[in-house]
Ligand binder design. Sequence first.
Ligand code: SF4
Length: 230
Amino acid sequence: MPGPRADGTTATAKERGKARAILNRLFERYPEMGTALDYENPWQLLVVTVMSAQTTDENVNKVAPRLFTRYPTPADLAEANPEEVEEIIYSSGFYRQKTKSIIALSQDLEERHQGEVPPQLDELVKLRGVGRKTASVVLAEVWDLPAIAVDTHVNRVTRRLGLTTETDPNKIEQDLKSVFPRQTWSGLSMRFIQFGRDVCDARRPLCGSCELFDLCEWPDRFEAAGRVRD
Ligand code: SF4
């Protein structure tokens, strides 16, 4: 049985049914989903996920091969000269903060886990530079473990659909876990993220051709679709 929402209430059968309908349509649109980030092991995925903040996966994929050739293991990156790393990842944006984060997380991995990425959320979020979102992406992608990463797309799309009224990512995650079956959690974020990019854009959502229109609760959807409200 799913747990309570962030506000302590329990989702009704009707609300869980709506979530199921949304899920079915997202699975129809995206039968296969994986991250578009290139990686060869869990540590690399951790690093590229941190680097993907505020930029596109394509940008990260362009700089990552040079980074991993120069620093092939967590031990190598843990001892890296930050200026060299900054120069390599410069084009991914926010390069100073990202350099700090990927070196720090590699140091923590070396010191606490002998360079191995732990498959537990509570251990992952203890690594410097790793938040719940990054940790959830890695758990879901590498080990298919139940985790829901809430980024800006998941936040926007799930709120518009009326699946949550929260704004805090941790509370949104709890609300989503209260309506979606546990076995679907690991594939959920990727589909909402892609749907947010392809259809439910922040500024120009394609409500007129959206397959979730009848399930959506966003007040502006009629205007965005050029339709008159029923
Ligand atoms: S109807 Fe519009 S706002 Fe609602 S989910 Fe679809 S694109 Fe997003």
